[in-house]
Design a protein around this ligand. Structure first.
Ligand SMILES: CC(C)(COP(=O)(O)OP(=O)(O)OC[C@H]1O[C@@H](n2cnc3c(N)ncnc32)[C@H](O)[C@@H]1OP(=O)(O)O)[C@@H](O)C(=O)NCCC(=O)NCCS
Length: 357
């Protein structure tokens, strides 16, 4: 088992085979495969080469001024003739170990079929909104005169609009620039007074066809970009994805007749050693006091408020802090036990489409 950056060929070839990616994976995920960025590959090999692998990327999640360190995991793959022997389970465990070493509080991933991960301690977290835009909805969205495809010199403006989103990852300008070249993606910008005042990204590789998965800037222009993206897609509908706080854009889509759905962001699992940091995050966001207690085997946190205390393990803490769709049954019980309102919880961590690996 090893962690790689300089020798990406083995894992890349395996992932290309398993996901039938048509040679696109390296350009789809530059932060993982390109030197100079923070992603790594975890690989398990034998004498015939890499048999199981996944990608990892430490990220800081930003939530209206609150910062958490999370570790993204993606492209988990085992050669088809090697499946069912525990290889991906080992790779996943190694990925989690490495991310914990980097100081990440939890691992975060997306899965079409969640069973493999649910059986390995992952639970839904975070929140996102999705709106379905068809021809009837698009016809009611605003029209803007100065919409065009992105050009390389727009990258700093796109990055500025991304960074003004209150819920996102902490991305560098170089990362945004690299991500704007993802295959299978159309990026449109809207100008006002000769400046890029909004942008929207449609599609991305195999994961996000016909999805407007990242956008930013002026709200009316974003709605106009959604209209253009729908027309450019040639599909009978597109899905607009966004953070659960971006209510103005979703209110505009709903007013045009789009159905808006609230979903969870992804699947997450607290990493080894993260309980003290998760407990500090709870005290900071929820009030009261959090003491870490250990009987030598099990570590828990005691959260205390005016009405009493409640004991929480790291799964409870992650649920209180980032429960799916902004809800947490554990939080409701803890509120009753402690007498603390913890009104700002759960937070709603969100990552935009270009942040996923
Ligand atoms: C999912 C996958 C990585 C599992 O690899 P593996 O080396 O066989 O995994 P392990 O031997 O450690 O564990 C086998 C588990 O995978 C489950 N599994 C098999 N195929 C699966 C699939 N397509 N999706 C989800 N889980 C699957 C099995 O039910 C078994 O679960 P259990 O142990 O909880 O009963 C492998 O089947 C694969 O590469 N699939 C195609 C790519 C993919 O879907 N990747 C995940 C998306 S990020």
């Amino acid at each position: 088992m090893h962690e790689l950056k300089n020798d990406v060929e083995g894992p890349l070839a395996l992932m290309e085979r398993v996901f039938e990616a048509k040679g696109q994976l390296a350009s789809e995920y530059p932060l993982v495969f390109r030197r100079g960025f923070g992603g790594r590959l975890v690989a398990l090999d034998d004498e015939r080469g890499v048999r199981s692998s996944c990608a990892v990327l430490p990220r800081t999640l930003v939530m209206a001024g609150v910062h958490w360190s999370a570790g993204l995991i993606g492209s988990v793959a085992t050669d088809s003739d090697q499946r069912g022997r525990g290889l991906a389970s080992q790779v996943l465990a190694e990925a989690e170990r490495w991310l914990a070493e980097q100081g990440c509080l939890f691992a975060l991933l997306w899965a079409e079929d969640p069973r493999f991960y649910l059986a390995r301690g992952y639970r839904p977290v975070g929140s996102e909104l999705d709106a379905v835009v068809d021809a009837a909805v698009a016809a009611r969205l605003p029209i803007a005169p100065d919409i065009r495809p992105v050009v390389p010199s727009d990258a700093p403006a796109v990055h500025r609009h991304y960074m003004s989103q209150p819920y996102r990852a902490d991305r560098t300008a170089e990362e945004t620039q690299a991500l704007l070249h993802c295959p299978g993606m159309q990026v449109l910008v809207a100008e006002r007074d000769g400046r890029v005042a909004a942008y929207a990204c449609l599609g991305r590789g195999r994961d996000l066809p016909n999805v407007v998965h990242e956008w930013g800037g002026d709200r009316t222009l974003v709605l106009a970009l959604v209209r253009e993206a729908f027309l450019a897609s040639g599909a009978d509908h597109v899905v607009v994805m966004g953070a659960d706080n971006s209510s103005l854009v979703f209110a505009g889509l709903a007013a045009a007749g789009a159905k808006v759905h609230r979903g969870f962001l992804g699947l997450a699992k607290p990493l080894a050693g993260s309980l003290p940091s998760l407990a500090s995050a709870l005290a900071a966001q929820g009030g009261g006091t959090c003491h870490v207690e250990s009987d030598g085997k099990v570590e828990r946190c005691r959260w205390t408020g005016p009405a009493g205390s409640v004991h929480l393990d790291s799964n409870d803490l992650l649920d209180l802090l980032a429960g799916p769709r902004g809800t947490s049954e554990v939080l409701e019980q803890a509120r009753r036990a402690t007498g603390l309102a913890a009104a700002g919880l759960p937070l709603k961590p969100f990552l935009w489409g270009l942040d996923s690996i």
